[in-house]
Design a protein around this ligand. Structure first.
Ligand SMILES: Cc1cc2nc3c(=O)[nH]c(=O)nc-3n(C[C@H](O)[C@H](O)[C@H](O)COP(=O)(O)OP(=O)(O)OC[C@H]3O[C@@H](n4cnc5c(N)ncnc54)[C@H](O)[C@@H]3O)c2cc1C
Length: 340
């Protein structure tokens, strides 16, 4: 336990209204702090990595490659999503593979918990569009997904309803905001925080948005792929997001090769995707520390929440809860927090 010097109602300035900053702002505003959330971009949020994300809330599937801390934060976050945004879809998620990737599929099953094995009939009962497409599937019933471009405005609305202020087109630094000795500044700038944190790097994720009425899905479908976790996520009104590559580069273009891989994967999930209309190509830089783990950095009244990597939507609520517990009660989480 560490004693903070801050009053429980200290003013809180948060920089960055992506998924990390939005959840910090919401929980701090609800706890009675005078919250101001500063965002450099406008309300469209296209500068945020969060704008390009899949929005899967998949603590069980991610356990295949992520450290146990991600599952811990993710499982806690699912409860917070349910509590704060009860209309969040929790329809589960599916993992499928073609015969060539059978060994990887079995490995995925061994490395993860929280799933049921479905045969072809079980899969067709859950997702009629996938009838006859796969021999079997893993179904993770407790997982959810959100549409980032809808959920960010929803969170922003909730922050205002809880008494917080949001300033868009407000490009600020922590030094600008740290003048009030009673105030707390929470830096949630994602990859832009590299000016102060040289070890942060961007990991490019590319995505494609397509449209078709020939396929209906109620939940994300992951396709086992030798290099990337590829998936198809249903959006509203016949839209589907195809994602996502994971490339160690900070170039934000979408390459021909990635586009071919993503479109090809969708086509093998269902041939009707071959006739879909392409609406958008895009990419975002996932902010990552060298260990790919999230970090809450604490230096007096200055706090940084970053390194959410490929799990921002999954873990942001739990990170906000931990930050709040530190400010209010001096509670330290040794796995996530680093105190200067
Ligand atoms: C293709 C793709 C798919 C993904 N899929 C998933 C998924 O399915 N599930 C999941 O959990 N995660 C997913 N992720 C990861 C997730 O998107 C990131 O972890 C998350 O968006 C990081 O959020 P953030 O708030 O830290 O950063 P950002 O979303 O980048 O937000 C930072 C904000 O700070 C603002 N800012 C920067 N500097 C300043 C300043 N000086 N003043 C004011 N504002 C400033 C920026 O404009 C930006 O809006 C995916 C990522 C990608 C790229």
């Amino acid at each position: 336990m560490l004693q903070t010097t801050k009053r429980p109602d200290s003013p809180v300035s948060i920089i960055g209204a992506g998924i990390a900053g939005a959840w910090q702002a919401l929980l701090f505003a609800q706890a009675g702090h005078a919250v101001t959330l500063h965002e450099r971009g406008d309300e469209a949020m296209t500068d945020a990595t969060s704008h390009w994300a899949g929005g899967m809330l998949a603590p069980y599937c991610e356990a295949e490659v992520a450290e146990p801390i991600i599952s811990r934060l993710g499982l806690r976050s699912l409860d917070i999503w349910r509590r704060e945004l009860p209309d969040t879809p929790f329809n589960g998620s599916l993992v499928v593979s073609h015969p060539r990737e059978r060994n990887d599929f079995e490995r995925f099953a061994r490395m993860t918990e929280g799933h049921e094995r479905l045969d072809a009939a079980g899969l067709a009962a859950l997702e009629p569009s996938l009838e006859g497409r796969f021999r079997d599937a893993l179904f993770f019933p407790a997982e959810g997904h959100v549409e980032p471009r809808r959920v960010l405005p929803k969170l922003h609305e909730r922050i205002r309803a809880a008494g917080g202020t949001i300033r868009f087109c407000s490009d600020v630094t922590a030094n600008d905001l740290a003048k009030d000795p009673e105030g707390i500044v929470i830096d949630c700038r994602g990859i832009s925080a590299r000016d102060e944190q040289g070890e942060l790097r961007g990991v490019k994720g590319e995505m494609i948005l397509i449209e078709t009425n020939e396929v209906q899905l109620a939940r994300p479908v992951r396709l086992i792929h030798p290099r990337w976790p590829l998936y198809v996520i249903p959006r509203e009104a016949g839209l589907f997001m195809l994602g996502a590559t994971s490339i160690e580069t900070e170039d934000t273009g979408v390459s021909v090769r990635s586009a071919l891989e993503l479109l090809g994967a969708a086509y093998t999930v269902h041939p009707a995707f071959g006739e879909a209309r392409i609406l958008e190509f895009g990419s975002g830089l996932r902010p990552a520390y060298p260990d790919n783990l999230p970090r809450i950095g604490i230096c007096g009244g200055r706090i940084s929440v970053n390194g959410l990597y490929r799990h921002g939507f999954l873990i942001a609520p739990a990170l906000a809860e931990l930050t709040l517990a530190y400010v209010q009660r001096g509670q330290i989480d040794n796995e996530v927090m680093q105190c200067a």
